[in-house]
Design a protein around this ligand. Structure first.
Ligand code: GLU
Length: 504
């Protein structure tokens, strides 16, 4: 049997971490088994589906590198695969045919209950401390009764008969699952009275028609699966195998929510997470390789991934681990590749600084970023951190506040003396050779000669020339900035300290 599995997102929100993980696991499983990975858009919730969300989802999957073998037409590219269309709103005739069959066999029936009637049932059940379920008012109407209700102008919904008994299946991750159909809430609405089919129905019709062999999806769907199995059986279709992935949890072990964690993939893209790290992170969010290794490329994952190694307990979303993996992957990038990925982040940072009043010296090209890569590659938790590290090279700003200029263990006076002496040293040394290796020794000697801790002196210089307490290695920083601009910035910092200390 050739594996056919799918990701079936609803474009009712941006691509969520959970959906991205489900997509990844389906992709890995399909690739590992030399099967087919299908994308289907479940857009029947017309009121909440938008083109912008659809674009966000497709872009996110693309960014992660998850290419589908079959899927809808996108941006002028035609649909791929023998089961087109892959958008549910374009498949309405198929659902209609399937409903007609179920109605003809009387495993589904029209239900004329009004909203008020159903609400009254619900309230009565609540008062009696019973779980809500459909009371079956329309389950056995005669043709004549139906005609009478239609004559009143009532438009029926369609309900599927939930048979008594149990539904049993063998989940690849959770093992044996057995559910009493009594717990399913009674006969299930599969088509609304306005004619639109509902999720439980469309998902089954499509999985059957697209010959899906494995349904790999989040544990939140576990309670839907018995309903789906009953529908597969009623349609005379093969029931696929199921694998329910563990819930993704906030660090406090509550279900992952937008309120407590960032859940949209686009937010991580915007901060400068690289797709290699996100794929690696998502893969480990529920799957374990069985070794101590932690770094896996998409290709390595395809080779190693196995659904039976997915655990059933909740997977805690650990942002620190994601940042660590991101740093690891950034280190592994080829310098040219990294420079290219950094360029838009640096451009955004500089544009923001310029908008805040800084003078833009120039917009760096990717070629200009390339020599900076060795200075920053080990220091970037995210690509978006590039601006704070090297932005000072490309904008000129007034010297930082004295409060920032003065190192913790120093006062304004020592700082002034330190910067004046450092300026003289850098000026003198720079006339001979302005190289990182050559600057270090005389500045260390200067600190030693004055009984200063080198760290304090270097911090004062760093803040004076970069405006920030964190920078790439100091001497490389001074060289990258150039001798003239280094001296200018030291002069500006010295002048601002002198203003604060008029007697100095
Ligand atoms: N459209 C459903 C969702 O977004 C798909 C669920 C499934 O995979 O069956 O959750």
């Amino acid at each position: 049997m050739t594996v056919r599995c799918r990701i079936a997102p609803s474009p009712t929100g941006p691509l969520h971490i959970g959906t991205a993980r489900t997509a990844l696991y389906n992709f890995l499983f399909a690739r590992h088994e030399a099967g087919t990975f299908i994308l289907r858009l479940e857009d029947t919730d017309v009121a909440r589906s938008t083109v912008a969300y659809e674009r966000d989802i497709l872009e996110g999957l693309h960014w992660l590198g998850l290419r589908w073998d079959e899927g809808p037409e996108v941006a002028g590219e035609p649909a791929r695969g023998p089961h087109a269309p892959y958008r549910q709103m374009e498949r309405l005739p198929l659902y209609r045919q399937a409903v007609d069959r179920l109605l003809a066999e009387d495993v589904a029936y029209p239900c004329y209950c009004t909203r008020d009637e159903l609400e009254a049932d619900r309230l009565a059940q609540e008062a009696a401390h019973r779980a809500p379920r459909y009371v079956g008012r329309c389950a056995h109407l005669s043709a004549e009764q139906r005609r009478a209700l239609e004559a009143e102008g009532r438009r029926p919904a369609i309900r599927f008969r939930i048979r008594p008994g149990t539904v049993v299946f063998d989940d690849i991750i959770r093992g044996h699952v057995e559910i009493d159909t009594d717990a399913l809430g009674g006969d299930l609405v599969i088509v609304r009275s306005d004619g639109t089919p509902l999720y439980h129905f469309t998902v089954v019709v499509d999985d059957a028609e697209m010959a899906i062999t494995h349904v790999v999806r989040g544990e939140d769907h576990l309670s839907n699966t018995p309903k789906h199995i009953l529908l597969f059986q009623a349609l005379g279709a093969d029931v696929p195998r199921f694998a329910h992935l563990p819930l993704i949890l906030n660090p406090d072990r509550t279900k992952m929510s937008k309120r407590k964690s960032q859940t949209a993939i686009a937010d991580y893209v915007a901060q400068g997470f690289v797709p290699e790290a996100m794929v690696n992170f998502l893969a480990l969010l529920g799957w374990a390789s069985g070794t101590d290794e932690e770094i896996f490329s998409l290709d390595e994952l395809v080779e190693r991934f196995d659904l039976s190694r997915v655990h059933s307990g909740g997977a805690v979303f650990d942002r620190e681990r994601l940042e660590w993996l991101n740093g690891q992957w950034i280190r592994r990038l080829a310098p040219g590749d990294l420079a290219e990925r950094l360029a838009p982040f640096l451009a955004d940072h500089l544009a923001a600084r310029e908008a805040a009043g800084a003078r833009l010296v120039r917009r760096p090209s990717t070629e200009e970023i390339l020599p900076l890569v060795p200075l920053v590659q080990e220091r970037l938790p995210v690509l978006g951190a590039i601006g704070d590290l090297v932005g000072f090279l490309f904008v000129d700003e007034p010297p930082p506040d004295a409060a920032l200029l003065v190192p913790k263990r120093w006062d304004a006076e020592i700082t002034l003396r330190g910067l004046e002496a450092a300026r003289a040293t850098i000026d003198a040394q720079g006339r001979v050779s302005y190289e990182a290796d050559e600057l270090e020794h005389p500045l260390r000697a200067l600190a030693a000669g004055n009984g200063w801790k080198p760290g304090d002196l270097f911090m004062a210089i760093r803040v004076a020339v970069t405006g920030r307490p964190v920078s790439p290695p100091l001497f490389d920083t001074l060289v990258a900035l150039g001798r003239r601009r280094t001296l200018e910035r030291l002069d500006a910092a010295i002048a601002s300290l002198r203003e604060r200390l008029p007697t100095a």
